[in-house]
Design a protein around this ligand. Structure first.
Ligand code: BMA
Length: 314
């Protein structure tokens, strides 16, 4: 039988992993799950850094080409605040969105409170000074990102609450807010599938949505539980531009999964976990945490991603 070779949408950067603890200007156990944005013409990563107590904070790394020569802040850029008890066990997995109407960046992140992980929000103009809006979703909720523009006059946020009944399940929800602080109009958007699916039981948003002429392009992770642990893989979906509560397409197959040694072995094996992607000249740069240990990069043509998702089931 002829062996079929699966077409890969994303191409791994030959320099992977592009950032590790060896590059860090201060001691760290792991650097991973970074948000990404183009700021002043450069790539800015807001990196989750785990210290040797197990708690995480966020530190900025900047690069002109988004691949090499990273300039990393000498100390934590955004550390858990003693004034915010919900950050007592650290802050993790940020996502960044430019809000043109407010002329500032919104950063959604997981605050690890003693009551469980929840979604917190901060804003910044320069990645030096930050204004915290505090928790915007109660535990357990993670993997949140804000849309760059209002939808029918309201800010929109994707996030992933977890329910424990009758089984542990996590689906992606869409909620709305007039002021970024108070959220309501909650809609379930993308459900984790069931049974043998790669994205059964628990899914979560990866990078913030990208606006295309065909709709909002969504990258999400699915978690498959196996006898030897969980496997984190990625899928694509497309939401209606005007009414993002409407899912137009969703990939049946995963489009990216752990393969290389740095993705398969680390503090948590078999994890690819992007929190950010940027678009430069039609190429999508997807930055992902690999095995909860380091940061890697994979690229794809935006057109190939939209062509692929448009050919997926409705
Ligand atoms: C998820 C998050 C991520 C982590 C992943 C794999 O639940 O906590 O921060 O990368 O698990 O361990």
């Amino acid at each position: 039988m002829k062996k079929s070779i699966r077409h890969e949408l994303f191409e791994r950067c030959p320099k992977n992993p592009i950032l590790t603890v060896e590059d860090w200007p201060y001691p760290a156990n792991a650097v991973f799950n970074a948000a990404a944005a183009i700021v002043d013409g450069e790539t800015l990563l807001l990196v989750r850094v785990e210290d040797f107590r197990g708690a995480s904070h966020l530190t900025v790394a900047r690069s002109k080409d988004g691949v090499s020569n990273w300039r990393i802040d000498k100390q934590p850029t955004l550390a858990p605040s003693p004034a915010h008890p919900e950050e007592v066990w650290g802050i993790e997995d940020p996502r960044i969105t430019w809000l043109d109407e407010l002329k500032e960046w919104a950063i959604t992140y997981t605050a690890f409170s003693s009551g469980g992980p929840l979604v917190s929000l901060a804003t910044t103009k320069d990645f030096k000074k930050f204004s915290r809006l505090g928790p915007v979703m109660p535990p357990e909720d993670k993997d949140a990102a804000i849309f760059p523009v209002k939808v029918n006059g309201l800010w929109a946020m994707l996030h992933r609450p977890v329910v424990g009944f009758p089984h542990i399940e996590g689906h992606i929800w869409l909620s709305f807010s007039p002021n970024l602080k108070h959220w309501g109009e909650h809609h379930i958007l993308l459900r984790a599938r069931q049974g043998s699916w790669w994205d059964a039981n628990k899914i979560g948003l990866s990078a913030p949505p990208i606006q295309t002429k065909h709709g909002w392009l969504i990258l999400y992770h699915g978690v498959r539980t196996t006898a030897s642990g969980s496997i984190y893989r990625l899928g694509l979906a497309l939401l209606d531009l005007e009414k993002p509560v409407k899912v137009l397409r969703r990939s049946d197959e995963w489009v990216f999964g752990p393969k290389t040694s740095y993705e398969r072995e680390g503090d948590v094996d078999d994890v690819v976990f992007p929190c950010g992607w940027t678009v430069r000249d039609g190429t999508v740069y997807m930055y992902y945490g690999a095995a909860d240990s380091c940061i890697a990069l994979a690229t794809a043509k935006l057109k190939d991603l939209t062509d692929y998702v448009l050919a997926c089931p409705g």
